[in-house]
Design a protein around this ligand. Sequence first.
Ligand SMILES: Cc1cc2nc3c(=O)[nH]c(=O)nc-3n(C[C@H](O)[C@H](O)[C@H](O)COP(=O)(O)O)c2cc1C
Length: 186
Amino acid sequence: MKIKLVVTHPRQDSLTFAVMNQFIVGIKENHHEVDILDLYHDGFDPLYTAEDEKDWQNPNKHYDPAIRKEMDRILDADAIVLIFPIWWYSVPSMLKAYLDKVWNMGLLYKVNSKKTLWIGLAGGTEAVFEKYGYSEMITNYLNNGIAGYAGIQHSDVVFLYETLSESRQHIDGLLEQAYQLGRSFS
Ligand SMILES: Cc1cc2nc3c(=O)[nH]c(=O)nc-3n(C[C@H](O)[C@H](O)[C@H](O)COP(=O)(O)O)c2cc1C
């Protein structure tokens, strides 16, 4: 399987990147191929301009080649995995910009055979996410509002909680969870 992995974090020494690395160790055990897009360090331009707008009157509109290239990378993959910190109970603005620009060209809506996995790192506890309905809200938003709308039939959201914990044991547990997610990904 060809997996397109989109990682969002300004620091490559972050827990988000450590989670990505463990996830990759897991998926490589099943000999999946991984194509990584590191939004911050691969120079993705988050500014949405008129050039990015879909022109409903012109199906042959010429889009920025960098965006067209990202669209092709998605079309080429069997599955898409997105790893990011939860910021304000949503995705970081950089990832939102990627979704606005790359997933909003109409082309993706034809893709209905893909599988998506969203892995969100949360500073908060599972209890708080459940109490205030944040987990349900974000899961619904990502699975239905984004993946479903884009025509992706199978979408899952996993939260890794308490990422700011000072307990090494807890952080190791999150990394183990990331590895197991990779191992069981199919
Ligand atoms: C701008 C910003 C907003 C945040 N908003 C939330 C939030 O809404 N809910 C939450 O649980 N954690 C929130 N956090 C905490 C992050 O989720 C946490 O810093 C991250 O998961 C830690 O992983 P990292 O070391 O890879 O950044 C926020 C952090 C930042 C910087």
